[in-house]
Design a binder for this molecule. Structure first.
Ligand SMILES: Nc1ncnc2c1ncn2[C@@H]1O[C@H](COP(=O)(O)OP(=O)(O)OP(=O)(O)O)[C@@H](O)[C@H]1O
Ligand SMILES: [Mg+2]
Length: 172
């Protein structure tokens, strides 16, 4: 079973994937393989343009009986069985992205994307089994525990409750 681990940059995908890997889970990190699927560079957004169809084909070919996490901010666009979206209050997300030394414009772009639920909207175009996790005040350990609980119990999907509109009203 393939599970996308997605979220706006800075929400903690890589940190959580590291912890899940420590706990013995298999992870494919899209960042590690993206070069093989890069078809250009978007100067404006300062990011690689990935051939999503080719990436999807590659992921589709992988046979996995157990749990396989596909980590990356494009993973919810792929043919996975379920999607976990890491969310973070934009105010806290700003601190995390500043720590990563991102430039102001990219930070603003990502804070707005997070506040507008962009990843959830795109994920919903393709998937129903979606769980959102608010990481704002949780430790990496707590978030990994929550993810393990989801993959063991498969509770009903959980999304659409997280609401950053207050931040939007004050900042956009
Ligand atoms: N739950 C958390 N609490 C506090 N800080 C966190 C948490 N999760 C991640 N961080 C910190 O936030 C920053 C971003 O985390 P990380 O690099 O894992 O995010 P990411 O989603 O993989 O981002 P990107 O899409 O840019 O790769 C790091 O400095 C990390 O240590
Ligand atoms: Mg990362």
């Amino acid at each position: 079973m393939k599970i996308a681990l997605t979220g706006t940059p800075g929400t903690g995908k890589t940190s959580i994937a590291d912890e899940l890997e420590k706990r013995g889970y298999k992870i494919i990190r899209i960042n590690d393989i993206a070069n093989d699927f890069t078809i250009g560079y978007d100067e404006e957004r300062q990011s690689k343009i990935v051939d999503e169809d080719a990436l999807d084909e590659y992921i589709k070919e992988i046979k996995e009986d157990g749990i396989l996490f596909i980590e990356g901010h494009l993973s919810h666009l792929l043919n996975v069985d379920a999607v976990i979206i890491l969310r973070c209050n934009p105010e806290e997300l700003e601190k995390r992205l500043k720590e990563k030394k991102w430039n102001e414009r990219k930070i603003k772009e990502n804070l707005e994307a997070e506040a507008l639920d962009i990843i959830l909207d795109r994920a919903l175009e393709k998937h129903k089994k979606i769980w959102e996790i608010d990481t704002t005040k949780k430790s990496i350990d707590e978030i990994a525990d929550e993810i393990e609980k989801i993959i063991k119990e498969f509770p009903p999907p959980r999304y659409g409750k997280i609401d950053w509109s207050e931040w939007l009203m004050e900042n956009a």
